[in-house]
Design a protein around this ligand. Structure first.
Ligand code: ARG
Length: 278
């Protein structure tokens, strides 16, 4: 079920209205380090993070998307990264099971949000970090492994959701989740940073997406691949300059956001956004 955002003329790409779940970073901090972006000594400013996050939420709303909110929980500073909370397809919710103890309580909190609203949920038996490592296209779900999500969870998600899951191996610790190295442009094509993937996975990506947008190191290093597209508009970190120009050349409308404070925890726009697909 997709609702067109606006009538597209021949020269414009067609976007669809989306439904997102977000979590205001009221308890955000960088108080532990579970990826190379995080420096607890340098920390991060909660008020700045909240202000930047509000900018992201407003961007979605002004594009015509629906944003639901889950209550933040004290003591869970990374809960703002809603993408990690679950994987939702066809109204079925595959729960997250976190790698690190620091984030473990987030999985049940997100799953409860969905269960309380009548969604069919599955508590995962294997480690997986939700949409951080699972990205849904029309014909398949791309799934990352190597740092967080266990390959056994790829199989579990495929069984539960009845959608083909394609495993991709991540090899650079800076790009520890699939959504830090790749994003869907629409239901059929992606943008990605090849160096984040193993040689075999790069060949898989070349085979599946011969027309992909290929990003360079400078754009990947500002988490430019952690972007959110509705098929027409791409919400992306403002610093990803070259990638933004390439997206515009391909006919996408770039919506730049500043999430520099959240990047101190290793997150960007996509990390803050869990898509609810019915
Ligand atoms: N500090 C968080 C972690 O390392 C950041 C998560 C970013 N989320 C994402 N979907 N990439 O788990």
């Amino acid at each position: 079920m997709t609702t067109p955002l606006a009538v597209a003329t021949n020269s414009e790409r067609a976007g669809t209205a989306r439904h997102y779940l977000m979590c205001r970073p009221e308890f955000f901090s960088v108080s532990y380090a579970i990826n190379p972006w995080m420096d607890p000594l340098a920390g991060a400013d909660t008020a700045t993070a909240v202000r930047q996050w509000e900018g992201l939420r407003e961007a979605y709303q002004s594009l015509g998307h629906t944003v639901d909110l889950i209550d933040p929980i004290p003591g869970l500073p990374d809960m703002v990264f809603a993408a990690n909370g679950a994987l939702v397809a066809d109204g079925r919710v595959y729960g997250a099971r976190f790698t690190h103890a620091e984030r473990a309580a987030e999985g049940p909190a997100y799953l409860r949000w969905f269960a309380d609203r009548g969604y069919e949920t599955l508590e995962a038996s294997f480690t997986n970090e939700g949409e951080g490592d699972y990205l849904t296209l029309d014909e398949m779900i791309l799934a990352g492994t190597g740092f967080r999500t266990d390959v056994a969870a790829h199989m579990e998600a495929q069984e539960f959701l009845g959608r083909p899951v394609v495993t991709l191996r991540l090899v650079d610790p800076r790009f520890y989740h699939l959504d830090t190295a790749l994003f869907p442009l629409d239901g059929h094509n992606v943008a990605y940073y090849p160096e984040a993937f193993s040689a075999g996975s790069r060949r898989v990506l070349e085979r599946l997406f011969p027309d992909a947008v290929i990003a360079e190191a400078a754009d990947a290093e500002v988490l430019g691949l952690n972007a959110v597209s509705d098929g027409r508009h791409v919400v992306i970190n403002a610093e990803a300059k070259k990638l933004s120009v390439e997206l515009e050349n391909r006919g996408y409308e770039v919506v730049p956001v500043d999430l520099s404070e959240l990047r101190k925890a290793g997150g960007g726009p996509k990390c803050c956004t869990l898509e609810i697909r019915r």
